[in-house]
Design a protein around this ligand. Structure first.
Ligand code: AMP
Ligand code: MG
Length: 433
C-alpha cells in the first residue's frame, strides 16, 4: 500500500467520520437515556396539567364573591371542605363558600379563583378551619388568578420532543411527564480499547525493571465512557504479530477499536502494519502536535453468509498525552457521531495568551493550558511542560490552545482559540483573583 502523505487535522477527521456509521436505535428505560439522542418523535397522550389546578396553597373561591374584599374590609366565606392534590373535589363551590385547596389539586366545580393563604386569615390561626368554619379573604382577585389551565404546559396530541433531540435531564422529565417509561434512542457504541507494547504492566501489579504501567487503557476507556461509549477493555497486546492479531480480532466484535502505540517508526511499531494489510483505508500521520503518528483504517470483519462489516480502527500514539489529545480531536467526534449527535466540535473559546506558544515545524499545535476568567475575559497559560509523555500537565489543563499550522509563534497578549477540555469545571473556576 502506498504511504499516504501527512494529512491535515480536518482531512483526517473527515476520513474517520466517513467510515463511522450512525448506530441503530433501541428502546431503553428513561434513566438509561441521559445524554442519548432520541430516535422518535414523542407525542403527548395527555394534557399537562390534565385538569385546571391550583398554583398555590390557598382557598378556591368565586371571584365574584371577593370582588370587594380588602385588608380593612375582609370578606368571610364558609369553608365547605378540603381539596388535596390527587383527588377531584366531589362538591361544588356555591356563592359564599370556599374550599381549602393545595398546590396541584384540581380546582373544584364552581370556583374560578384561588386566594393564597397569605391573603387570608389562615396564618393568624392555630388550626385551619375545618368544613363548616369560616375564612376571611383580605384581597380581591380576578377570575383565573392562581389557576393553571389544563394543557398549559403540554397539549394532548402535540409533539413534545422530536427525533434528534439530545436527552438532558429536563427532556427526560418531559418524557416522564407525558407518561413514557421508555424511549427509542440511538444505541451507545461498544468501543474496544487495546494497549500495545512489550514494556507495559497493568496497574496493581509489581513493575519489573524496564517496565512502565499501562495508563492509556485507563485514560482512553474513561474518555470513551465520558462521551457516551461503552468501553470494552482488551488488555495489553505484545509487540508481535500473532498476539496483536489475536487481540485485534476480539476488537472486531465492537463498534470501534481504539489501540494505543505501535504507530510510529520504531522497530516494533506493528499496529500500522496490521492496518496496512487488513484495513481498507489507512493513513498514519497528521499535521499536528502532539499526536503526529496516528493510524486509522476500517477493519473488515467477515460474517457468516459471506457478509462483511467494517469496524473503524483508530490507532492512537503511545505517548499518553498524544493518545488523549488525538482522542479528543478524533475519537470523541466518532463516538458522538455513532450516537447520532450532530454537534461534533469541542466547545471552544477565544483566550488571551499569558505566554507564547511556538510552532517549530508547520504542524497545528495543541498546547495544554489552564484557562481562567478575569474581568470578563479569558486568559490561557501553559499548564506546564509540553512533552507528549508528561501526563500530569494534561491532568492539570482545562483547555488546549491552538497555534495554527502557518503561524510560527503566538505571542503573549495575542488571542488564541482554546478547545475546552472541562467546560463545566472551568465555568466554576471563574475570577480567581
Ligand atoms: P510507541 O508508540 O510504542 O513507540 O510508544 C511511545 C511511548 O508511549 C513509549 O514511551 C511507550 O512506552 C509509551 N506508551 C505506549 N503505550 C503506553 C501505555 N499503554 N501507557 C503508557 N505509556 C505508553
Ligand atoms: Mg511500543
Amino acid at each position: 500500500m502506498k504511504i499516504p502523505a501527512m494529512l491535515s487535522v480536518e482531512d483526517a477527521l473527515e476520513r474517520i467520520l466517513r467510515y463511522t456509521p450512525v448506530l441503530e436505535a433501541e428502546e431503553r428505560a428513561l434513566l438509561e437515556c441521559l445524554g442519548r439522542v432520541l430516535a422518535e418523535d414523542v407525542r403527548a397522550e395527555v394534557d399537562i396539567p390534565p385538569l385546571p389546578d391550583s398554583a398555590m396553597d390557598g382557598y378556591a373561591v368565586r371571584a365574584q364573591d371577593i370582588r370587594d374584599a380588602s385588608l380593612t374590609a375582609p370578606r368571610t366565606l364558609r369553608v365547605i371542605g378540603e381539596a388535596p392534590a390527587g383527588r377531584v373535589f366531589p362538591g361544588e363551590v356555591r356563592p359564599g363558600t370556599a374550599v381549602r385547596i393545595m398546590t396541584g389539586a384540581p380546582v373544584p366545580r364552581g370556583a374560578d379563583t384561588v386566594v393564597p393563604f397569605e391573603e387570608t386569615d389562615e396564618m393568624n390561626r392555630r388550626r385551619s378551619p375545618g368544613a363548616g368554619g369560616d375564612v376571611a379573604i383580605r384581597k380581591a382577585f380576578s377570575a383565573g388568578a392562581h389557576i393553571r389551565n389544563a394543557g398549559e404546559d403540554v397539549r394532548k396530541g402535540t409533539t413534545v420532543m422530536e427525533a434528534g433531540a439530545v436527552l438532558r435531564p429536563a427532556a427526560i422529565g418531559v418524557l416522564a411527564s407525558v407518561g413514557r417509561a421508555t424511549a427509542r434512542v440511538v444505541r451507545r457504541p461498544v468501543v474496544a480499547v487495546l494497549a500495545t507494547g512489550d514494556e507495559l504492566m497493568e496497574p496493581g501489579l509489581r513493575l519489573e525493571a524496564g517496565q512502565i504501567y499501562n495508563s492509556n487503557s485507563y485514560s482512553v476507556a474513561s474518555a470513551v465512557l465520558r462521551y457516551g461509549g461503552i468501553p470494552k477493555v482488551l488488555g495489553i497486546a505484545r509487540d508481535n504479530l500473532p498476539d496483536l492479531e489475536a487481540k485485534i480480532a476480539k476488537g472486531l466484535e465492537a463498534d470501534m477499536l481504539i489501540t494505543s502505540a505501535g504507530v510510529s517508526h520504531g522497530d516494533y511499531d506493528i499496529v500500522k502494519d496490521v492496518l496496512a494489510q487488513k484495513g481498507e483505508v489507512a493513513f498514519w500521520t497528521v499535521r499536528m502536535r502532539p499526536a503526529k503518528p496516528l493510524a486509522f483504517g476500517a477493519l473488515v470483519q467477515r460474517l457468516p453468509g459471506g457478509r462483511e462489516r467494517r469496524v473503524p480502527h483508530l490507532g492512537l500514539p503511545g505517548n499518553p498525552v498524544s493518545a488523549l489529545v488525538a482522542f479528543e480531536i478524533f475519537a470523541r467526534a466518532a463516538i458522538l457521531k455513532m450516537q447520532g449527535r450532530k454537534k461534533l466540535d469541542k466547545p471552544s473559546i477565544e483566550a488571551i495568551l499569558e505566554e507564547p506558544i511556538t510552532n517549530s515545524d508547520g504542524r497545528r499545535v495543541y498546547a495544554r493550558c489552564a484557562v481562567t476568567r478575569r474581568g470578563g475575559r479569558y486568559y490561557a497559560r501553559l499548564s506546564g511542560s509540553q512533552g507528549s509523555n508528561i501526563l500530569t500537565t494534561m491532568a492539570r489543563a482545562n483547555g488546549l490552545a491552538i497555534c495554527p499550522e502557518d503561524v510560527a509563534q503566538l505571542n503573549a497578549g495575542q488571542t488564541a482559540r482554546v478547545l475546552m477540555l472541562d467546560w463545566d469545571e472551568y465555568q466554576a473556576l471563574d475570577e480567581q483573583d
